[in-house]
Design a protein. Structure first.
Length: 300
């Protein structure tokens, strides 16, 4: 099982420069831990500092081995597809391997409205945007009535291609991933049992589409050398309703405990776990990232 890291770029800090430094320090720790991949998320029009994915990943690439995968999650319906294709293609020229694009549909009416978009059209917007994106990255000329695109093409092109992951739990999302021949990216909120059930549904769609299934899952984790403290912190976070998740959707404790919890996902058939640090202080986050290197070694 490959172990990557999803670096949270939302930092509720008053000193906005300090938020950037927190992210950069964590990104360096992911690199030093030897994890298999590094990605960042996407969110817009927030009341708290959320450091945007394209400039942040560009900066983090300076700290990253270009032979290891790196990329971004994008809330695709909130982006103009030509601009997104250009941004990704430029980032991809800085890597020696395919650039990861995690395609998500997004939620939240306020976020969509702030970006001039509607939740009611996001599914169709995503499907059309994916058509445009894949064609542009392949060097084709593209038009789209839906997005007002006429005879668009881009350069540079991704020199090593794009590694497309499609997120979502609805049947349409699973079918979309299968028909695109993309990896399916399971939501962090899914328990082991729910993730396994959805993986089987995705695999069935792949069989029907004649594509090869490949699945990754995002998991929030906390790993500390002091296992008792890690469990205490984790339990308190869950008692407070951490991200609205069930206990079975997160993994925390010692290296051995987290290996055991992630191992259940490996048994279900997930080939990659993309870990995200639970909401903790910087020192605990850095220790978690370091120990995720040991988790990776155990699950290899």
């Amino acid at each position: 099982m490959r172990i990557g890291f999803s670096l949270g770029t939302g930092q509720p800090v008053r000193d906005h420069k300090a938020g950037f430094q927190i992210i950069l320090e964590r990104g360096r720790a992911v690199s030093q831990a030897g994890l298999d991949s590094l990605t960042v998320g996407d969110h817009h029009a927030t009341p708290f500092p959320y450091y945007q994915n394209v400039p942040m990943i560009g900066r983090l690439m300076a700290e990253w081995d270009p032979t290891r995968p790196i990329g971004c999650l994008f809330l695709i319906p909130l982006w103009h597809p030509v601009l997104l294709a250009e941004q990704v293609a430029t980032l991809a020229t800085m890597s020696d391997v395919p650039f990861i694009v995690q395609a998500a549909i997004g939620d939240g009416a306020a976020q969509s409205a702030a970006m001039g978009k509607s939740l009611s059209t996001r599914g169709d917007d995503l499907d059309e945007a994916l058509r445009i994106l894949t064609a542009l990255w392949a060097g084709e000329t593209v038009s789209s009535e839906r997005f007002g695109v006429s005879e668009a093409r881009i350069a540079p092109l991704p020199p090593h291609g794009i590694d497309l992951w499609i997120a979502g739990s609805a049947p349409r999302a699973l079918r979309r991933a299968a028909e695109q021949g993309a990896a399916w990216y399971a939501d962090a909120r899914a328990t082991v049992e729910a993730a396994g059930r959805l993986l089987r549904e995705y695999t069935a769609y792949c069989d029907a589409a004649g594509t090869t299934p490949r699945a990754a899952v995002r998991k929030d984790v906390l790993v500390l050398r002091d296992a008792a403290r890690a469990n205490q912190i984790g339990d308190k976070l869950m008692e407070r309703g951490y991200r609205g998740m069930e206990r079975g959707a997160v993994a925390y404790g010692s290296v051995g405990q987290v290996v055991e919890q992630l191992g259940l996902l490996k048994e279900q058939g997930f080939g990659e776990a993309n870990l995200r640090c639970m909401m903790v202080e910087q020192s605990d986050a850095l220790e978690t990232i370091e120990l995720c290197g040991e988790v990776k070694a155990e699950l290899a």
